[in-house]
Design a protein around this ligand. Structure first.
Ligand SMILES: O=P(O)(O)OC[C@H]1O[C@@H](O)[C@H](O)[C@@H](O)[C@@H]1O
Length: 373
């Protein structure tokens, strides 16, 4: 498969959605031949760098990451086509993409995971359904335990043992069944261990003990340090998820964005200071990089392509990031034109402020609907 393989959902009437399998990046969404998404003229399609525009898929990390690239690996990983575009009885077109852990993802993040990304192209809408699964198996164990005690008796033929009357038995040994319960949620434990041996000596004042010369000591007991190793891997993972949507707009200075009023936001242009949004609508007239928390389920962006409105509806995506690099920061982005900033705004639905925690065998689902109004 070439680095830039694409899958096209075609609903007819020049309404299409194009997905590049590199990152499952939606690189185009045309409604009646009108492109709704911004892709930079300087975007690079080399199968290495994240595509600058469209809808990159941010997972498992939003922002800088100590273990891998900014915004995680999903946007630079090769996704699979789970279901090729198919026309539904409604006339809408559906396609499903997926990403699972492999050597590439495990080189940064050792967890097993599976992402499914279902897109449905409707007449004026694009639907996104995302599933994040943790397929790891539980670490609960079952076991048997027995104290195999040998009692000393003068003659076993003269012993009598009570307590078994009426019990079923399957062999000739005497089993003590003892329940063992593993109450752990966390898999990693820390503990201390000590063999508290009482040596019998005639007079402790005459004993000499070697082997401590030069050692630090904290009390008067003799400690034997024994390493204990828990070989289980962590199976529960936490992650962040975000659809980094670049909307195409004729002039970002004329856009208004609803749904943030009263929300707290982290302002990344002001060293992460937290503020509360006092405006009914957010407007953009400078470098903007904000993580709004617990935003409304719906945002409306005014003055997008052809002066229309764009509605964003989101489910299980509590946060909304708003980003525009403006002229000063645009210059620092190699795959973004210096003069392109007025023609885009990123309004990104996600779950980033508090991470998603997935125990083995559990799933998280979220969705977004974009609608041209
Ligand atoms: O250049 P990247 O990695 O695609 O990121 C673009 C922007 O993405 C936004 O989501 C972040 O809030 C910004 O801080 C970041 O600059």
């Amino acid at each position: 498969m070439a680095a830039t393989s694409v899958v096209v959902l075609d609903r007819g009437n020049n309404t299409t959605c194009t997905v590049n399998l590199f990152g499952a990046t939606v690189v185009s969404w045309r409604v009646n031949n009108q492109e709704q998404l911004f892709v930079s003229k300087q975007a690079v399609f080399d199968g290495k760098r994240a595509i600058r525009g469209g809808i990159p898929f941010v997972f498992p990390q939003f922002g800088q990451w100590a273990f891998g690239p900014q915004h995680g690996f999903a946007r630079i990983a090769r996704w699979h086509v789970e279901k090729m575009p198919e026309r539904l009885p409604s006339g809408d077109v559906e396609a499903v993409f997926s990403l699972m852990d492999d050597d590439f993802t495990r080189s940064m993040w050792h967890f097993q995971f599976r992402l499914t990304y279902r897109l449905i192209l409707r007449e004026k809408e694009l639907h996104f359904n995302i599933g994040v699964y943790n397929p790891s198996k539980e670490l609960t164990f079952s076991c048997q335990l027995l104290l195999h005690t040998y009692f000393k008796v003068p003659d076993v033929r003269r012993c009598q043992i009570t307590g078994m009357h009426g019990c079923m038995f399957i062999d000739k040994e005497l089993h003590f069944n003892i329940g063992v319960y593993n109450p752990s949620k966390e898999l990693t434990f820390s503990c201390q261990l000590l063999l508290h041996t009482y040596f019998k000596v005639p007079d402790v004042r005459r004993c000499q003990i070697t082997g401590m010369h030069g050692c630090m000591f904290i009390d008067k007991e003799l400690h034997f340090n024994i390493g204990v190793y828990n070989p289980s891997k962590e199976l529960t993972f936490s992650c962040q998820l975000l659809l980094h949507t670049y909307f195409k707009v004729p002039d970002v200075r004329r856009c208004q964005i609803t749904g943030m009023h009263g929300c707290m936001f982290i302002d990344k242009t002001r060293e992460g200071t937290v503020y509360q949004e006092g405006r009914e609508v957010v407007t953009i007239s400078e470098w903007t990089d904000r993580i709004y928390q617990n935003t409304m389920q719906e945002h409306i962006i005014t003055n997008v392509v052809s002066g229309r409105k764009m509605r964003i509806q989101k489910y299980n995506f509590p946060d909304t990031v708003i980003w525009n690099p403006w002229s000063e920061y645009a210059k620092e982005i190699p795959d973004f034109g210096d003069d392109e900033f007025p023609n885009m705004v990123c309004v990104e639905a996600g779950r980033v402020a508090t991470p998603i925690v997935l125990l083995p065998g559990t799933a998280f689902e979220a969705s977004q609907i974009l609608q041209v109004m």
